[in-house]
Design a protein around this ligand. Structure first.
Ligand code: HEM
Length: 459
């Protein structure tokens, strides 16, 4: 028997979901927006025509599952499935084990701890921007840049350097990036198009991707062992933080496999998200010179011509607002999933055990009920006076509740540093191009490359 209120939830007819499953696989966002505009803010849809999910852009319901009644809402197999390739790190574990790991690792991501990683981040930003400056100089001072490619490389190198300091070789860095991309792309295909699974099995694609995951683990394992055997002074990086962490109850460190799991998760969770946010940031800035002018005025006042330090960042509030507004329009984690562990209800809506719920962050961030002119790029929304007026859970790029992104301070610091350092070195110019479409995989990528012209500021 369905619970009394379940029937009251609008359902997108199954045939319609099935008919649209190819469109859904290519870019679900316009389709999901259309369903929600047609049927209401919380609806039932069938993913790929098969998997029943409650899709919601109601911030109250999302707060309910992430925070108020979070104990009843573990992640679903859609999230856990990637553990097959990446292991059971923070992102993919649950219950007591997750809590124990979160407590152990959390101190490594505190703001104070991030300040010591800033030196590593800045060295990497420097290494990524210097070749660009040289090339721009050779091309008469300005060059057109494939921004998503540049930001992906930069963000990956920043996280890799924050984890491994300088110990990672160039070839292995490259290989790791390739492996992670291949594994994630395959995983998304298996979730979006579940009907292809028998064919993927028959073609040996699962086996092939298991092998790629094993290769990734071997590379990371080698660096963990190297670090453990080295006798010099220990570097101040995230790997060392994981190796030095001790469980409160027994004073023991993590096993090698646990360190491996957590490292793999940090590498994945920590680069594509920031890379996408930064790519969209340049896309927006190149179209909004008035915002760039405001950023420059703030930089002139606080920094003059020098690079920013960690201590400067709180005084550069507008640069943070620009990043926040970018992630409102383009939330890197655009959808989150949870499953009801026991029968529950929210505002009279029954959520029986086993209900899959998809919290649609993109929909919340673009809701006209929550945001004035939601499609407009207006960093002023995040000014200190405006923030107080925001409804709870109207803005949740890092999720919420106890599973709030552990890397949020890391990410904001990294993105502020990249933004400030690039603006210190370059003018940003728009290159005529058709509008860039969304490509929502696990994170919200640009479908086409974003092209921006960067002009050196110094002769
Ligand atoms: C713009 C950048 C980032 C965004 C938008 C972002 C977003 C998120 C979101 C929404 C979640 C919660 C997922 C859920 O509840 O289902 C999450 C979790 C997580 N993120 Fe991030 N993230 C970013 C950067 C980072 C970075 C840089 C790191 C690591 C250095 C990181 C590590 C993690 C980890 C380990 C979790 C799992 C936490 C847990 O469940 O305890 N993230 N992130």
């Amino acid at each position: 028997m369905p619970p009394p209120h379940a029937a009251s939830l609008p359902v997108v007819p199954r045939w319609k979901s099935l008919r649209n499953s190819i469109t859904l696989a290519a870019n679900p966002i316009p389709l999901l927006n259309n369903y929600l505009d047609t049927y209401g803010d919380t609806i039932v849809v069938y993913l790929g025509g098969i998997r029943r999910t409650v899709l919601t852009r109601d911030p109250g319901l999302v707060q309910h599952i992430l925070q108020k009644n979070h104990r009843n809402y573990p992640k679903s197999d859609l999230s856990h499935g990637i553990a097959r390739y990446l292991g059971h790190g923070l992102l993919t574990s649950e219950g007591i084990y997750w809590l124990q790991q979160r407590r152990l690792i959390q101190p490594g991501f505190h703001r104070q701890r991030i300040s010591s990683l800033v030196t590593l981040m800045q060295a990497e930003i420097n290494d990524c921007l210097e070749p660009l400056e040289r090339e721009a100089a050779q091309q008469g001072g300005a060059m057109e840049v494939a921004v998503h490619e540049l930001m992906t490389t930069t963000a990956f190198r920043i996280i890799a350097r924050s984890v491994f300091s300088n110990s990672l070789g160039e070839a292995q860095l490259q290989r790791m990036a390739e492996l992670l991309t291949a594994i994630q792309a395959f995983y998304v295909r298996t979730v979006r198009q579940p009907y292809l699974r028998p064919w993927q099995h028959a073609r040996g694609q699962f086996r092939r991707h298991d092998q790629l995951a094993a290769e990734l683990r071997d590379i990371v394992r080698q660096y963990i062992r190297q670090r453990q055997q080295s006798s010099g002074p220990a570097p101040d990086d995230l790997l060392q933080m994981l190796l030095d962490a001790r469980y409160e109850d027994n004073g023991e460190p993590m096993t090698e496999e646990q360190v491996l799991d957590e490292t793999a998760i940090i590498l994945v969770a920590g680069h594509e998200t920031s890379a996408n946010a930064l790519s969209w940031l340049w896309y927006l800035l190149a179209q909004h010179p008035e915002v760039v002018a405001k950023l420059r005025a703030e930089m002139d006042q606080v920094l003059g011509d020098r690079p920013a330090t960690f201590a400067d960042l709180p005084g550069l509030g507008y640069s943070l607002q620009v990043i926040q507004e970018t992630m409102r329009l383009y939330p890197p984690a655009w959808i989150l999933d949870r499953v009801a562990a026991a029968d529950d209800s929210y505002n009279g809506l029954a959520l029986p055990k086993g209900t899959l719920i998809s919290g649609y962050l993109y929909g919340i961030h673009h809701s006209a009920k929550l945001w004035d002119e939601p499609e407009a790029f207006r960093p002023e929304r995040f000014g200190p006076d405006q923030l107080r007026q925001q409804a709870p859970y109207a803005y949740i790029p890092f999720g919420g509740g106890p599973r709030l992104c552990i890397g949020n301070q890391f990410a904001l610091t990294e993105m502020q540093l990249v933004l400030l350092e690039m603006l210190r070195r370059f003018e940003v110019e728009w290159v005529q191009q058709p509008p860039v479409d969304l490509m929502p995989l696990i994170t919200l990528r640009p479908r086409q490359e974003i092209r921006v012209r960067f002009r050196r500021r110094k002769a």
